[in-house]
Ligand binder design. Structure first.
Ligand code: G6P
Length: 615
């Protein structure tokens, strides 16, 4: 979703802002803009569509710029008002002296807008953000102090905001403020940065101060002061970012999505590192802060998440119930919040989120915390808002994921749940020691098995070409791989815009079978050695009888499959409960190659955002 970068310092301000916005591009956006202090002027440039348009605009108009000392930039994902130039950020007050960029949603913007119009403010856009520009300008006209004007203004805002403000009459100063939307300061030498997310600044500095809610950052090129909304200075810790700039490079791959799929064996190794070191020893999971007695007495686990992370939760239900015997409910965060849940202090609530910023999940987590549940967060962003709400935090350490479609964060979250399941089973004594040893042994082999899939993708690429002209797909599976069918279908939809649906194979005959003919391919996930294989095979036969084209994703070597299915994609054998780790990889690759073959914008699919910070 939207992204912010502000810069003040000795470098070329335009270049820093454009490169910062480029590194936030993956979040998804539909317009971009920046405001530059040039001598005593503030100049605003905005364009629709991709950042390249803003780059071209600035290139064409660079002769207008003489002495740029600081600036604020933004990419916008439309919420209030269509994606248009007038709605793009930065927004200005009536006289144009004050500029603001904003992430989040101001809930009371209509009331504020009416009040400000009565005071003579002239609104140009349909956005909620524009009220902030007029509000702060109004307060500035009274206080004659930008810091105080912002303090007074944010006190009137309801909702979520991360804002950056500059004023023509206050040279070489950028002020940032946040509530319920991320914002951080990048601390440099003779330069400073304000950003909504770390990739925007990682090229320049690793020294970071994370702003908390209701904090205001007063930033010049040589100083950073953080204050509360009453103007009291706060002593904040400088943290060192764990990311390397190289994470933002494609390293020769055509797309980040492909690079990130190929990183998965190492991502799994990373998750396992330090947790399983000997199959005869218990798993080490110091991140779980629940004491052993509480784990033994847990009545229920609730998993809340959105999108791909929700599919992780669906796999986790099978894993945790199988390993621990504790009942697990999984629900989309956006629905959980409407239920009078039976959550209490004997419930473990697990929030799963690659970004750690998904607004629906944050709301759901807060609801669970209010009911005294212990909240465990599984995320790829230990620096996120969600992580800060956690009682226990499992960082999955997949590294920055740039492609909007989640792949390596999915596999890292999955593996983390297997470790959590084993950890809890060891505390509760629910699995016998031989089973545990074999299970751990197989988990350690997983990276090599994923490497095997990645080392030969010809059949997947051929399959992708063969099926890229179809407009619809059905993915079927049973049991622990039902979520793989959902995730495979979601990946295909996200990057290729082909209509794909995941179904429980047993449900096929209760409706979806009516859709089947030669135009509707069915991809069956048939992992051998478990209890679902034969049944999914029968369901595939039913599809074949309706002339559907069939793809098998299987770990079976049974030659009979080659005559039943039009394409057979074979993967290495693992026990069924672990097979979602193996089965998800060909699904990711199939979606990738179909999208790539169709020439889609793989890393930044239309309308999607990596980090969904609005409900
Ligand atoms: C967006 C992303 C998805 C992601 C979902 C949930 O829709 O495009 O890839 O699965 O949000 O995000 P989270 O960060 O909470 O996992």
């Amino acid at each position: 979703m939207c992204g912010i970068i502000g810069y003040i310092g000795h470098r070329n301000v335009v270049n820093v802002i454009l490169s910062g916005l480029t590194n936030l591009e993956y979040r998804g956006y539909d317009s971009a803009g920046l405001a530059l202090r040039d001598g005593s002027d503030i100049k605003v440039y905005k364009t629709l569509g991709k950042l390249v348009n803003l780059k071209n605009e600035l290139e064409a108009r660079k002769s207008e710029l003489y002495n740029v000392t600081c600036g604020i930039g933004h990419i916008r994902w439309a919420t209030h008002g269509s994606p248009s130039l007038v709605n793009a950020h930065p927004h200005s007050c009536t006289c144009g002296k004050l500029v603001v960029v904003h992430n989040g949603i101001i809930e009371n913007y209509k009331e504020l807008r009416e009040e400000l119009i009565k005071k003579g403010c002239e609104f140009k856009s349909q956005t909620d953000t524009e009220v902030i520009a007029h509000l702060v300008a109004n307060e500035y006209s009274k206080a004659k102090n930008l810091e105080m004007a912002i303090q007074n203004s944010v006190a009137k805002l309801q909702g979520a905001y991360a804002i950056c403000v500059m004023h023509k009459d206050v040279p070489d100063l950028i002020i940032g403020a946040r509530k319920h939307a991320p914002m951080l300061i990048g601390v440099g030498d003779g330069e400073n940065f304000i950003a909504s997310d770390t990739p925007a600044i990682i090229e320049y500095t690793k020294k970071t101060i994370y702003l908390d809610d209701n904090e205001i950052a007063i930033v010049t090129k040589d100083s950073v002061k953080i204050k509360d909304i009453n103007g009291e200075e706060i002593d904040k810790k400088i943290e060192i970012l764990p990311w390397e700039p190289i994470a933002l490079s494609k390293l020769g791959y055509k797309h980040f999505m492909l690079k990130e799929i190929y990183e998965q064996p190492d991502v799994i190794r990373n998750v396992l590192n330090g947790k399983i070191y000997d199959i005869d020893e218990p798993i080490i999971l110091n991140e779980v802060k629940l004491d052993k007695e509480t784990i033994r007495n847990l009545k229920k686990i609730e998993i809340i998440a959105c999108g791909t992370s929700l599919h992780v939760g669906l796999v986790a239900k099978y894993v945790l119930e199988d390993f621990t015997g504790i009942s697990v409910e999984v629900e989309a965060s956006s629905e959980y919040i409407y239920r009078k849940t039976t959550t209490d202090s004997s419930t473990l609530v697990i929030g799963v989120s690659q970004s750690g910023e998904t607004a629906d999940t944050i709301t759901a987590i807060k609801q669970a915390k209010a009911k005294n549940a212990h909240v465990l967060i599984v995320t790829n962003r230990p620096d996120s808002n969600m992580a800060r709400l956690a009682d226990s935090l499992i960082p999955v350490n997949a590294g920055i994921e740039v492609s909007v479609a989640a792949t390596k964060s999915y596999i890292a979250q999955l593996v983390s749940f297997y470790l959590l399941g084993i950890y809890m089973a060891e505390v509760k004594g629910t699995l016998d020691s031989d089973y545990l040893k074999n299970l751990k042994h197989e988990i350690i082999q997983l990276p090599t098995k994923v490497e095997e899939i990645l080392s030969c993708t010809n059949s997947i690429q051929t399959c992708a070409k063969k099926f890229s002209s179809f407009k619809n797909f059905i993915f079927i599976a049973r049991g622990v791989n039902l979520a793989t069918a959902y995730e495979g279908a979601l990946k295909l939809k996200e990057v290729s815009y082909i209509n794909a649906t995941g179904y429980a194979a047993g449900e096929l005959k209760h409706g979806p079978i009516a859709m089947l003919d030669e135009t509707m391919p069915v991809l069956s996930i048939l992992m051998s050695g478990g209890i679902t294989y034969e049944k999914v095979l029968s369901n595939s036969e039913e599809a074949k009888a309706r002339n559907a084209k069939l793809i098998a994703l299987t770990s079976s070597n049974d030659e009979k499959l080659d005559s039943l299915f039009d394409v057979v994609l074979r993967v290495p054998q693992v026990r069924e409960i672990l097979s979602p780790i193996i089965a998800c990889v060909p699904c990711q690759l199939l979606a990738y190659y179909i999208a790539e073959f169709l020439g889609k914008d793989v890393d930044q699919p239309r309308n999607l955002a990596k980090s969904v910070t609005v409900e």
